[in-house]
Every structure is written in C-alpha cells, then in structure tokens.
Design a protein around this ligand. Structure first.
Ligand SMILES: [Zn+2]
Length: 201
C-alpha cells in the first residue's frame, strides 16, 4: 500500500497480536532478533483499537513441560513458553489490559500450533463479533505470524499485515521475506503506522 492510503480501523475490524512473549524477545530462550522492537509499535495499534472499542486479541504459546516441539522430545526448538513461566508471559511493556482476549495455543504435549487459529476458538469468536478484517502483527514473521495470517485468509477474513510490528527468526536467511511474499500472494496487504488514519485525526 502507498504511504498516502489511509486505513481507519472501524466496525468489522479486529487486532491480533501474535506471541509477543518474553521467550521470543532478545534474551529469551527462543529470542527473535530485534523482537522487542515490535512492542512500542504494537502499543500504537493497541491504542487505536482500544479508543475505537474494537476487539483485540493476543495469542500466546502456552506449552506444557515436555512439549513435542522441544528438542528433548525430538522437536525443532529449545524449551520455550512453558505455561505460567516467566518466559511465557507477555512482554512487560506491551500495553495489554483486561479488554484484551487471550488465546492460548499448543497447550497439550502432543500438538503444536504456529497459528492462533489452530486448535482454538478464535474463528468462532471473530465471526460472533462480525469481524471481517483482521490486523495482524507480532512474532515471528516466518512462523506464527505467517501461519496465523494464512489461517485467517483461509477462514475468509481480509488480512492487513502490520509490517512495522513484525520481526522474523530467519533460521535460513530470507525466510521472513519469503513469508511476506507468501502472505501477499495469498491476499494479505501490508500496512505500517503511516497508513493508519489516527482515530483522533
Ligand atoms: Zn511453541
């Protein structure tokens, strides 16, 4: 989208903040490079949605000990986001409050979920609220953001990818760019705060 195009969140829109949890921040057990940079940006989007009274969701990895995605169990990742642990808490500076609906995912030993839609009631909740378009940002671009966006599109929602509010792992260099290309190809559009028509403008 061009810088001049303005997007104003309104009825039918919802914000989805993906996995902005301590373990995915630099210093966490599965830290995303520069991952903390999404916090102030997502706070700006949060402010817009809060002021207009629109639905806000925050997804989180919420794994039991010995989760199948952990290396000791043959999975690809070090232990991370064990339910109730400090690493699983949302970033301290992320401006969440009780208006935010928390969606916990991959909560059993035998199932993993990169997407906030997988194994959760997120689709039902959004449909009940007559949501048509979702604004998606968070961590990480090439895993949980990618899969949340793909499932959102599959479920029939329009998707705006919050380009300045995402960061990637890039296990292989270029993974994040590839993920973005894929999301765009499937129909997601990228915006940044520049595109957001302020609720108080
Ligand atoms: Zn996980």
């Amino acid at each position: 989208m061009s810088d001049t195009l303005k997007v104003k969140p309104g009825r039918g829109d919802a914000l989805i903040i993906v996995d902005v949890q301590n373990d995915f921040l630099p210093g966490g057990s599965l830290g995303v490079p520069d991952g903390d940079a999404v916090v102030p940006v997502m706070n700006r989007y949060l402010e817009e949605f809060r002021e207009t009274g629109l639905p806000i969701y925050a997804t989180r990895d919420w794994h039991p000990e010995g989760h199948c995605s952990f290396e000791a169990q043959g999975g690809p990742w070090p232990p991370h986001c064990v339910a109730e642990s400090k690493g699983a808490m949302f970033a301290r500076d992320l401006d969440l409050n009780e208006e935010v609906t928390i969606i916990s995912k991959a909560t059993t030993v035998e199932t993993d979920a990169y997407s906030g839609f997988e194994g959760t009631d997120l689709t039902d909740r959004l449909r009940k609220q007559n949501v048509k378009r979702i604004f998606v940002g968070g961590l990480a671009t090439d895993y949980c953001v990618l899969n949340t966006v793909k499932d959102g599109l599959k479920a029939g929602f329009q998707v705006l990818l919050l380009d300045d509010g995402i960061r990637g792992v890039d296990v292989n260099p270029g993974d994040s760019d590839k993920a973005k290309d894929e999301m765009h190809r499937l129909g997601a559009k990228s915006i940044t705060l520049e595109n957001l028509a302020s609720a108080h403008a």
